[in-house]
Design a protein around this ligand. Structure first.
Ligand code: ADP
Ligand code: MG
Length: 251
């Protein structure tokens, strides 16, 4: 964690008693989670445990039923320009890359900064090219998404999120849809971000990434945070039966 200098330990992202239902289904149950600036939190857990819903709630793609979520000490706005700003502050990378198919790689990255942040085309393109270089796809700038591999597209998606200068980056199983040989090229970019003190919430089953980059592993099951610990501690000595069972299946 890089935030030890501050007096308070208020999180950059704080969830307090968050509950969410889909009809009868209680998908987030009294979630309390505080993520410090510069912290990398890996969220793991069985399918259906609420990991994606948690990410989507932080971005307000999913409204919550009760509780509070704050970013940088401010409650999440529910609509209008404040919501657009929130979305810019919370970068999100999904399993499916969601690039605009009919726009070039460069346009994919410049669109948000120009539309939401009011950056000039020249300014946005300069930054976009630097970001594309950082994620290793600068050469592809004038191509269209379909001309890139899945790993390259996902790196573009990361560059696109970074172009908004987010305060926190959420990754929801960013490598699950990739062919095995492309997984590491995406994880390497994420490890690089973590080392540069980006605040990150990463839903992944890539335990190598968790060990290398996470400050904390949060284990969810059945809509609850069942256990959380530093990666080494969690992987070598999980405390709950549910975490032990889960790890025995994936490790
Ligand atoms: P995870 O990402 O851990 O696999 P999700 O957050 O996607 O879990 O889903 C948690 C539960 O909520 C699952 O049972 C899922 O089927 C259900 N769910 C997710 N999204 C919706 C939705 N839009 N409508 C109804 N049920 C949903
Ligand atoms: Mg999910």
């Amino acid at each position: 964690m890089s935030d030890s200098g501050t007096l308070t330990k208020t999180g950059l992202v704080t969830l307090t008693d968050v509950n969410k239902h889909f009809g009868e289904l209680h998908v987030l149950k009294d979630i309390n989670l505080s993520i410090q600036k510069g912290e990398v939190v890996v969220v793991i857990g069985p399918s259906g445990s609420g990991k994606s819903t948690l990410c989507r709630a932080i971005n307000r793609l999913e409204p919550i039923d009760s509780g509070d979520i704050s970013l940088d000490g401010q409650p999440l706005p529910s609509e209008g320009r404040a919501l657009a700003r929130l979305r810019a502050d919370v970068g999100m990378v999904f399993q499916s890359f969601n690039l605009f198919a009919h726009k070039t790689i460069l346009q994919n990255v410049t669109l948000g900064p120009m539309k939401v942040r009011g950056e000039s085309k020249a300014e946005a393109e300069k930054k976009a090219r630097a970001l594309l270089d950082r994620v290793g796809v600068a050469v592809q700038a004038e191509k269209y998404p379909a001309q890139l591999s899945g790993g390259q597209q996902q790196r573009v998606a990361i560059a696109r999120a970074l172009a908004m200068d987010p305060k926190v980056m959420l990754f929801d199983e960013p490598t699950s849809a990739l062919d095995p040989e492309m997984i590491n090229e995406v994880l390497d970019v994420m490890v690089g971000l973590a080392r540069q003190d980006m605040t990150m919430v990463v839903v992944t089953h890539e335990m190598g990434f968790a060990r290398k980059a996470a400050n904390r592993v949060v284990f969810m099951a059945d809509g609850q945070i069942v256990e959380q610990a530093e990666p080494e501690q969690f992987f070598t000595d999980p405390q709950t039966k549910r975490a032990q069972d889960f790890l025995s299946k994936i490790l």
